[in-house]
Ligand binder design. Sequence first.
Ligand code: PGA
Length: 238
Amino acid sequence: MQLTLVKNYQEMSECAANQLIAELRRLLDEKERVSFLPSAGKTPTLLYSILAEKYRHAIDWQRVDIFQMDEYLGLEATHPASFSAYLYQHLIQPLSIQHFHFINQFDLAKMAAYENLIANRGFLDVALHGIGTNGHIGFNEPGSSIETGMRFVELDESTRIANRNLYFESLDDVPKTALTLGLQTLQHTKRNILLASGDTKVAAISRLLKQSCFIAELPASALLMAPYLHLITDTISE
Ligand code: PGA
């Protein structure tokens, strides 16, 4: 694992934007189309603004295919709290990206087709991950097996509390179920950038740094099994 320690959220976002563009540029030199799996959490919001302001013309975004990682069940794509709406607003629209795969309202057959599409492309090229306070990635909650495929999941109470944001009036409005790409697919992504900022992520990152292989109690440890992982964080001091 490559580890970059930064001072704060701003520095993390700038460093990650730089790193992401470097990865995409390198891949676009090698192949015509690159697949990118972006996180839809709060963590990458500043990074996405930096992409729109500073890197809009840095690469040909029409050669980047966006794949969605996870989504709440029961929210329309137009619902402001849906991850589709978030990705559209922060990434797809500002960069005028034309090729994106949303998973909103997927049923089992569509999930199987989506996983096949990803596997047939030789899995994904680049992923940008946040980490849950409970150590999840995507919506793979603690206890998820490394073999799990795309599926419907029940959200941990801690995830629902952490994800309650201005779009949900109360905790009762936060969906209890979701769908997510599984660790089976995520661990095959070639280049992974993991971001963690702030006190709420200290425990999960400390646990991750002590691991050398996957444990189900810490789903983010599946990224240790991926070909390349770069953690950029302000949760530990130098
Ligand atoms: P956050 O979520 O970026 O909103 O903190 C990360 C996650 O839960 O995976």
